[in-house]
Structure formats: structure tokens, C-alpha cells
Design a binder for this molecule. Structure first.
Ligand code: NAG
Ligand code: NAG
Length: 298
């Protein structure tokens, strides 16, 4: 091959390789500064043993270490859950034995026959508790699986990297949520409790009591018919959703299997403001093209 052709081919290859390397770098920076894993443990770059160098090899190491850390965190979480479950079972057993001891006088309580019978009562209570906990855990598993199916059917979810910012106000801090947070919240919004109910409430897109500065008259302009309102929270339990609903200014709105938008309180409207309960659409702050490309890369 002639040298000029080889040079052109070389240049083309370099250009083609440079793009994915850049995207990997971006991704590395996204993950590294404080990776929060399932059990709430935060892994920093240093904790993962990474140097400040940034090259493809480091990125490969990062992937491996992040995966290993995730695996370990999940293992730890499983172990913690197992320990907690064992303690629960043991507590039920103790309770049954105490009950059996209380039902007889002190002298009788010390007889071998009573001790054996109290022990049997304890074993039986422990077995019942274990079965109940297993059933509850299986039910939860089924509920999460069903929610996952609905989540996967959802159209118009934002890119994972999209950013939604709710300005500070009324003494409350600015809050930024990512598209990934929105996706988690959408998943949670499909979890049904044992009565078959979803958390959250019907959203009627009612007109604002006091219109916002953007001139909108309703939270989601153009939306017709009722939707479902859910806190912008990653929670998978109703009790946590309830807490987040109180603490967080943002909500997600969906309609059947369509995500309709992120809305939030204007935090500068404090208690007593006539438009205190108004919600406004929060637009993602990242440019469309940037979102589009990161979506393709991830
Ligand atoms: C129940 O009584 C037996 C016999 O007195 C005693 O050994 C045991 O510690 C008691 N258990 C509880 C949970 O009170
Ligand atoms: C299910 O959730 C609904 C709405 O939050 C609530 O009214 C109902 O009591 C819950 N049922 C159970 C069994 O938790």
C-alpha cells in the first residue's frame, strides 16, 4: 500500500477511536466522585484505588472495581438482611417462651416438662415467623417484578443523564434530579401494596392558583385527562415514599404507560402563599443533542 493511503487510513482509525474514548472519560467522571451503592455506602475514587491518571486502562480498572464494589455491597446488604431476619425470628421465639413462662407459677416454670413445652411453643412461633417473613419477601419480590414490567413499557422517559433543577427558595436548598432519578421514581410508582394500590394520587392538572413567571396556566400545558402523581423519589416502600413526598419539592406525572413530565413546587412560595400548592413543569437543563448522544453511548 502506498504511504499516503496508509496515512489516511491511520488518521481515520484514530478519529473513530477518539470518540468512544472521550465518552468513556465522561462516564468515568460521572461514576467516580462518590458512587452511592445499594446499601448507601459511598465509594470515592480513592476508596476504589484509582489514581488521578485518566486513560483507557484506568477506565477498564474503574469498571472492574466498580463492579467488584457493587458485588461486595450487595453481598454485605444480603448478609445484613439475613442477620436482621434471624434476630426477628429469635425475638418471636423468646416472646413465646416468656409467654409460656408467665402462664405458670415459678415452681412449675422450672419443671423439665414445662421447659420442654415452652421450648416447643418457642420453636413453633419461630417457624410461623419465618414462614410469614418468607411469604412477605416473596410478595415484595413479585410486586417489584410487576412494577419492573410496567416501567419497561413506559414511553417518553428522559435520558438518564438529563438534569432537572428546582431552584432554592423559602430557605430550602436547590435540588437537582437526573433522568435516572426520574426513571427510578417511575419504577417505584408502579409498585402495588398488598391491597393492589399504587402510592401517590390522581393528578388533575388543575389550573395554577397563582400563575408562574413562565406564563403557564397549568402544571403540564397540553395534557388532557387525569394522570398519576408520584414523588420524585427512589423509594420502593410506601413509608419511604411518604417521607420523600413531604421532603422533596418534585413529582413525576404519568398517564397509563407514558411519562408526562417532572413538576415541582416553587420553593419560594412558603406556607400561606395563595399559590403554595401550585406545581410547575421542570424542563431538563441539558441540551437535546447532548442527551441524545449520551443516551446512544450509555
Ligand atoms: C423460661 O423459664 C425457664 C425455666 O425457668 C428459664 O430457663 C428460661 O430462661 C425462661 N425463658 C424466658 C424467655 O423467660
Ligand atoms: C395500600 O395503599 C393504600 C394507599 O396508600 C392504603 O390506603 C392501603 O391501606 C394500603 N394497604 C395495605 C395493605 O398496605
Amino acid at each position: 500500500m502506498r504511504l499516503s493511503i496508509i496515512s489516511v487510513l491511520f488518521l481515520a482509525t484514530c478519529t473513530a477511536l477518539a470518540a468512544p474514548i472521550d465518552s468513556i472519560k465522561g462516564r468515568q467522571e460521572d461514576i467516580a466522585p462518590g458512587l452511592v451503592l445499594r446499601n448507601g455506602v459511598t465509594y470515592t475514587r480513592n476508596a476504589l484505588g484509582l489514581t488521578a491518571r485518566s486513560d483507557v486502562y484506568d477506565d477498564y480498572r474503574l469498571e472492574r472495581r466498580v463492579n467488584a464494589a457493587k458485588k461486595q455491597a450487595n453481598k454485605d446488604a444480603r448478609k445484613d438482611r439475613k442477620t436482621a431476619a434471624k434476630a426477628e425470628v429469635q425475638k418471636s421465639k423468646q416472646k413465646a417462651i416468656t409467654q409460656a413462662n408467665k402462664s405458670v407459677d415459678k415452681a412449675t416454670a422450672k419443671t423439665p416438662a414445662h421447659i420442654a413445652s415452652a421450648e416447643r411453643a418457642g420453636q413453633s412461633a419461630a417457624a410461623t415467623k419465618k414462614a410469614d417473613m418468607k411469604a412477605a419477601s416473596q410478595a415484595k419480590h413479585e410486586q417489584l417484578k410487576a412494577a419492573g414490567k410496567e416501567y419497561k413499557k413506559t414511553a417518553d422517559l428522559p435520558a438518564r443523564t438529563a438534569q432537572f433543577t428546582v431552584p432554592a427558595g423559602g430557605g430550602k436548598p436547590e435540588r437537582t434530579y437526573t433522568g435516572k432519578d426520574v426513571r427510578k421514581a417511575n419504577f417505584g410508582s408502579h409498585i402495588k401494596n398488598n391491597s393492589g394500590d399504587r402510592f401517590g394520587k390522581q393528578f388533575n392538572n388543575n389550573p395554577h392558583a397563582v400563575p408562574g413567571p413562565d406564563g403557564s396556566t397549568r402544571p403540564i400545558p397540553g395534557m388532557t385527562g387525569p394522570g398519576h402523581e408520584h414523588p420524585l423519589s427512589p423509594a420502593t416502600t410506601f413509608s419511604q415514599m411518604k417521607k420523600d413526598h413531604k421532603a422533596e419539592p418534585a413529582r413525576i406525572i404519568s398517564q397509563t404507560n407514558n411519562h408526562k413530565g417532572v413538576i415541582a413546587h416553587d420553593q419560594s412560595r412558603t406556607a400561606g402563599h395563595p399559590g403554595e400548592n401550585d406545581h410547575f413543569l421542570v424542563h431538563p437543563s441539558r441540551a437535546f443533542l447532548e442527551e441524545f448522544f449520551s443516551e446512544v453511548v450509555y
